[in-house]
Unconditional design. Structure first.
Length: 358
């Protein structure tokens, strides 16, 4: 489709302009190393690596001849290592969640690029190229409630008052704010009960009131899925991806979006400042955003795709329905990292004091 070329804006345009000049030239020649142009290093999440290899990396290498070395780790660890590298990252592409991507931008760790470098930027959803990020979203995650269909109705699960229901006390879980679903849930409650997604006072007062009936404030997907399948809980606020495998395996589980306070997180493809193979990085990000790769990633990895023409598999629509076709039209929005980053440390401390300690 035809669009006016869009530039993914950097938080620090002066630095990024300098970085593009410095790294763009060396990237095309591989820094003088002939082998460098044939290899890139991709830093990614520690889970689903084999599936991602099959869906994206192997087809990319077959298509371009560029080999991919994969490094994995948590968002926090990888970002810290990138900062310590001081402009010599040894990494060409970093796949990282949006809040950490924005944090890295504040430290000038990434460089921006546009459709002249990555043509498939023209073929993805508008929310995936929103201003404020140096790199595009390549997948996203929806917040909602996962629940046991024999114990909770869809209407109950879609209403935040579920977590205040005395009949379900001790049989519910809620994410800690330190995890991705946690911030989305807090902002959802703030929006539904307060003045907007960053009305933290109202959110914490509300969730704190629910806390005595919450069995666990979880910090990993394994915790919440185990609690659900073992029958210890009947519902939990969770990302939609938590439900995909459970539903496909026949568990009596469903997931639903809240009626109000709908927020989503994105995973982003970032190119570090000083990346040794910038041209290879461009090629990889471009392929990652292609209809082919997005469709395969949705099918094999379970990622929600951002490519407008990507095929959405039945396993995903079984969980989120038509929302996957256009989450923004379904009422979902992303959270502004400029609001989160300066306050996150304080919000985490307050959550422990005002919510989980009750």
């Amino acid at each position: 489709m035809n669009r006016t070329p869009r530039r993914i804006l950097a938080a620090s345009s002066v630095f990024v302009a300098t970085a593009l000049i410095a790294t763009g030239c060396s990237g095309s020649s591989g820094g003088g190393d002939a082998a460098a142009s044939d290899t890139i290093v991709v830093s990614t999440f520690p889970f689903g690596v084999e599936e991602f290899q099959k869906a994206v990396i192997d087809p990319f290498t077959a298509k371009t001849g560029i080999k991919v070395e994969v490094e994995t780790g948590s968002n926090a660890d990888r970002l810290s290592q990138l900062q310590l590298a001081a402009g010599d990252p040894g990494i060409d592409v970093m796949l990282i969640s949006d809040t950490f991507a924005a944090s890295g931008q504040e430290k000038d760790l990434f460089q921006s690029f546009d459709e002249s470098n990555v043509p498939n930027l023209a073929n993805i959803a508008d929310f995936a190229v929103e201003e404020g990020f140096d790199g595009p979203a390549y997948s996203y995650q929806l917040n909602g409630t996962i629940y046991n269909t024999g114990e909770v109705t869809a209407a109950q699960a879609a209403d935040w008052s579920l977590y205040a229901d005395p009949a379900l006390s001790g049989r519910l879980a809620f994410p800690d704010i330190s995890v991705t679903a946690g911030q989305l849930a807090v902002s959802g409650v703030a929006d539904a009960f307060g003045s907007g997604p960053f009305d933290i006072d109202t959110a914490y007062s509300t969730i704190g009131g629910w806390a005595p009936g919450i069995l666990q404030f979880y910090s990993s997907s394994t915790e919440v899925t185990n609690l659900l399948t073992q029958g210890e809980i009947v519902a939990a606020d969770a990302l939609s991806g938590f439900a995909t495998t459970l539903i496909a395996s026949g568990e009596p589980v469903a997931w639903t979006a809240p009626t109000e306070g709908r927020y989503m997180a994105t995973n982003r493809a970032m190119i570090p400042a000083g990346a040794p193979n910038v041209e290879g990085a461009y090629a990889f990000v471009d392929y990652l955003l292609s209809t082919e790769a997005q469709s395969q990633s949705a099918k094999i990895v379970g990622d929600l795709p951002v490519a407008l023409d990507a095929e959405i598999p039945a396993e995903i629509t079984a969980v989120v329905g038509d929302i996957a076709a256009d989450p923004v039209a379904a009422g979902y929005s992303t959270l502004d990292p400029a609001e989160i980053l300066p306050n996150r440390g304080q919000w985490v401390e307050r959550f422990a004091r005002e919510v989980t300690s009750r």
